[in-house]
Each structure stands twice: as C-alpha cells, then as structure tokens.
Design a protein around this ligand. Structure first.
Ligand SMILES: C[S@@+](CC[C@H](N)C(=O)[O-])C[C@H]1O[C@@H](n2cnc3c(N)ncnc32)[C@H](O)[C@@H]1O
Length: 342
C-alpha cells in the first residue's frame, strides 16, 4: 500500500483531526477554565500537541498526555493507547479533543471488549474512561461530536452519566471549521463536573429532567431569535409534553388513520430528511405516532392567533430547528403529516 493510503486510513480510523490553535485559545479563555496553574491536567489524545502547547503558553505545567500514533512522539506525550493504558491516578482537569470517527471500532484497531457505556464509538469510550479518572473536584472539557445529543441511541449514555452523579454543565455549539484538516464535522464543547447544575445549552438553561427526556440541544439553540414582532414566542403559545401514554406507539404513524383532529394538541415530526418540521394537530385519544414526533399542547386553545403564527415563516423556521435530529428512524412519505394549519 502507498504511504498516502496508510495515512488516509490512520486519519479516519484514529480520528486524526487536530484542533486549530485559535479554538483552543478561545476555550482556555472561558470562565470555566480553572485559574490555578498548578492543577494536574490530562490530555488523553494529544495528536500534534496543540492543547499541550496552548496550556503551557497559559502557564499550566502539570501535564500528562497520551497519543497512540508514534509519529507524534516529538510532543513528549506517552505513546500508547489511552483506552488500554493503566492510569492509576486522578486528574483535576481532563481536556482535549478525543478521536471521533464513523469507522466501527469493532472492525478497527480497538478490539471488541465490553464497555459500561455499551458502545463501540471511540469518543464515548474516551468519555467513559475519563469520567473514571476525574478527581472529586475535577472537570472534563472536551470537544465532542454533537451526536451524543442528537442521536437517541446515546440517551442511555447520558442517563448513565447522570446516574453516576456527573453533570454536563455546558454544551456550546462550535463552528464547523475548527479542525486543521477537515471542516465538516459538527462539534460541541462539553464541560462536565460533579457540580450539580442545570444544563447550559448555548447560553440557555435547561432543567436536567427535561434535558434527559430529550437531549436534542437544537431545541434550545437560538431560542430568543424566534420571537415575532409582537414579542410573542412560540413557547408562549405551546408547551412541550411527554408523548401521550397508555397506548402502544406503532413504528410509523399512518396519518390517514388520524380520524379526529383535536385542536388542542400539536405533533411535530422530528426525524431527518424532508419530513423535518412538518406538523399537525392530533387527537390524543386516537393518535398513532411513533418516537419520530414531538408533542405539544397548545396552552390557551387553538385560536386564530395561533393559526397565523404557526403558519408564519418565522415559526416554520423555528419548528424546523427544534425538530432537527440525526440518526433517528426514517418515516415513509405516505406517513408524513399532510395536514397544514388553516
Ligand atoms: C481528534 S485528534 C485530536 C488531537 C489533539 N487533541 C488536538 O485537539 O489537536 C485525536 C487524536 O487521538 C489519537 N488517538 C486515537 N486513538 C487513540 C487512543 N486509543 N489512544 C490515544 N490516542 C488516540 C489520534 O491519533 C489523534 O491524534
């Protein structure tokens, strides 16, 4: 195999996307960064060493770092697999950009062994191990793929994190161009500690319960932008409710089957592709929806005001935004909500 080919494989399999220095400088300036320069710090996947250099530039000296690729031995990192390394101490701060990749780990360099998070996604394994290495008053600051919050299959990991009494204190959207050698990955910055708090998603506070029910952070993004000229936000008119219970959710909601449309309830399709943002009123006693939908109750009934707001471009955009999600089940076009609000 040609050298370029090998490097290409490494790049994908090892998630070798190094972080731009400017982004690291931005992270180190944030108020959650510990001010004490003597704290012990772990960088578990240091790559070309950008975090290490910037941490040192900021006066932090007590650094330990790992990197699996020996091409990066010049950084002074311990060359080895962090996931397999026997690390017998805890750290005040664990910071970095763990590898993330679409390559399946089981087919990759990192075997098949069972994990507590029950996942083969490498960044989740980095998080699992890092939680164990975090000191009692410690902090984890990671650049992380946003799929942890968008793809329902990771909800069990979020619940486990909270069960273990770790708290995700912040989730901050990062721009697309934060890596030196790829520009398309959607990432967030996460801050985790044992300090109990609500979750701050892009500056908005979200109660933990609500967050664990539905971690889709797009729900909270840019919320304030969606207020119409009369100062009424969609949130003033509708409130999110849990899916009505007591009925079996079928795997695809056949819209033709929704006979009666109750004016007080709104369902929004939330899964990928063209169905994102479609919505309908529904009858809670006869609904046939699956987990591809969000459910809302119209607070003060279905009035003309609500109708015109729901139909407006502003709220259509908002509905599209809150229903954005990746990785959930697809729904056939025949099952899409055809009803428009008249
Ligand atoms: C996304 S890059 C981040 C590099 C660096 N932290 C930065 O932000 O610039 C991930 C790095 O993790 C390394 N890596 C992948 N698997 C690893 C493992 N099991 N143990 C240690 N490092 C690993 C890759 O070689 C790659 O350099």
């Amino acid at each position: 195999m040609k050298r370029g080919g090998l490097i290409g494989i490494r790049l994908k399999e090892l998630g070798q996307y190094n972080t731009k220095r400017s982004i690291i400088q931005f992270i180190l300036k944030q108020d959650f960064m510990p001010k004490d320069k003597t704290i012990s710090i772990l960088e578990p996947s240091s790559g070309e060493g950008n975090f290490i250099v910037e941490l040192k530039n900021n006066g932090y000296r007590n650094l330990t770092s790992y990197e699996v690729d020996k091409r990066y031995s010049y950084t002074g990192s311990i060359i080895g697999d962090f996931l397999k390394a026997d690390v017998d101490r805890k750290f005040d701060l664990i910071i970095g950009n763990p590898p993330f990749t679409s390559v399946k780990l089981s087919k990759s360099y990192y075997g098949n062994s069972e994990t507590e998070f029950r996942t083969r996604f490498i960044e989740m394994l980095f998080l699992e191990k890092s939680l164990k290495l975090m000191g009692e008053n410690g902090l984890i600051i990671f650049i992380f793929p946003n799929r942890l919050f968008l793809d329902k299959k990771f909800n069990n990991i979020l619940r486990l994190i909270y069960q273990k009494e770790f708290y995700i204190n912040r989730i901050v959207d990062l721009p697309l161009n934060i890596f030196t050698n790829t520009d398309s990955t959607s990432s967030v910055l996460i801050v985790i500690s044992r300090k109990k708090s609500g979750v701050f998603v892009n500056g908005h506070s979200v109660p933990i319960k609500e967050f664990l029910e539905d971690s889709n952070y797009y729900l909270y993004k840019d919320k304030s932008k969606f207020i119409d000229k009369h100062g009424i936000s969609l949130g003033d008119l509708i409130e999110k409710i849990s899916p009505p219970c007591g009925k079996i959710m079928i795997t695809a909601g056949r819209l033709e089957d929704i006979k009666k449309k109750d004016p007080g309830f709104l369902a929004i399709v939330r899964n990928g592709n063209s169905s994102v943002g479609r919505f309908s009123l529904y009858d809670p006693s006869e609904y046939k929806f699956n987990e591809c939908f969000y459910f809302y109750k119209i607070k003060n009934g279905y009035t003309g005001k609500v109708i015109s707001l729901l139909g407006s471009k502003l709220y259509k955009d908002y509905i599209q935004l809150i229903s954005k999600r990746t990785g959930s089940k697809s729904i056939r076009s025949v099952d899409l909500l055809k009803l428009s609000v008249k």
